[in-house]
Design a protein around this ligand. Structure first.
Ligand code: UTP
Length: 304
């Protein structure tokens, strides 16, 4: 028998991955390649994100793409030429690696057209998502595969309804780089109630040190709000502005809760963080790690 809870809250199965930004911080690498395709060790950053969605049980993935969408689509599609060449060589290991990305999830794509901001990118998902709660994973935000975040957010949304954002404590000097949340505690240590949001505040105006990072579980009412949302900071339609409205109105898509994340997260659209992600993940790899760590140790002691 299906419980009332399950009937009113269908299990979340759809993930939306906005990947249509211009990636200007990473030029010239991103002139003809989406930043999400830059490799982190030996996989493009976006593959970690799709793997994370699939691991949390979200196997219907809609990617919002921009002008350079081709490599993204190709990466998650079959490559018969490469597969048959590897088959002929009997190279089962590499064949598995090629097939891995096309077996992860059912992939869908929609073009954003003009990159008018993250809120606008999410709105492009409305016809595909329909009336169900759904997850949003930013394609350039990498959560370490060993740190569970999305699954916890899906559980919190299913228990509490409304929308859920991921929060991470940053220093006062860093808060101007993020959306920032005013919060109240709840009875769950890692869950807070979000009472207000402000996009990229000056440190003096920041209501907390809680930064919004690139994972969301959204109530579909957000689409109605985004349709009415005027361009905000930077002339872009801001997802944070729509979330503020959800937080204000419990009956229409709210409340908004935050899951406080204390694990490892990298912004692969930022050059410094991108390098840190590669070094850390490479050091921890069983195949590459031992040699790479030895080299890194001697490089740091002898040359720095
Ligand atoms: P960013 O704020 O990192 O912007 O977007 P950006 O344009 O991609 O990169 P920079 O700052 O110029 O280097 C956050 C996320 O939202 C997506 C991006 O692809 C990224 O995953 N995004 C942003 C869109 O899909 N569409 C937009 O119009 C803006």
């Amino acid at each position: 028998m299906v419980s009332g809870m399950t009937q009113s809250h269908p299990r979340i199965s759809k993930a939306v991955i906005p990947a249509a930004g211009l990636g200007t911080r990473f030029l010239p690498a991103t002139k003809a390649t989406p930043k999400e395709m830059l490799p982190v060790v030996d996989k493009p950053a976006i593959q970690y994100v799709v793997e994370e969605a699939a691991a949390a049980g979200l196997d219907d993935v809609l990617m919002i793409t921009g002008r350079n969408k081709r490599p993204l689509e190709d990466h998650f599609d079959r490559n018969y030429e490469l597969e048959s060449a590897l088959q002929k060589k009997g190279d089962a290991g590499r064949l598995a690696k090629v097939q891995e990305s096309s077996d992860l999830a059912t992939m869908h794509y929609v073009r954003q057209g003009d990159p008018k901001g993250l809120g606008h990118a999410v709105l492009c998902a409305a016809p595909h998502v329909g009336h169900e709660p759904f997850a949003v994973l930013l394609g350039d935000d990498l959560i370490d595969p060993r740190d569970q975040l999305l699954k916890r957010m899906v559980d919190v949304q299913e228990q509490r309804g409304g929308s859920v954002v991921a929060l991470m404590e940053v220093t006062p000097e860093q808060i101007h780089l993020y959306g920032c949340a005013a919060v109240e505690p709840t009875e769950d240590g890692d869950v807070v109630r979000v009472t207000g949001l402000v996009e990229k505040p000056d440190p003096a105006d920041a209501p907390s040190n809680y930064a919004i990072i690139g994972r969301y579980v959204m109530d579909p009412h957000v689409f109605d709000i985004l349709r009415e949302t005027e361009p905000g900071r930077g002339g872009e339609i801001q997802l944070t502005d729509a979330l503020q409205q959800l937080a204000d109105d419990e009956k229409v898509g709210g409340p908004v809760h935050g899951v406080v994340f204390t694990g490892r997260r990298y912004d692969t659209g930022d050059r410094g963080d991108y390098l840190r992600a590669i070094v850390r993940l490479a050091c921890e790899r069983e195949d590459l790690g031992p040699d790479f760590r030895a080299w890194l140790r001697s490089y740091v002691t002898e040359e720095m």
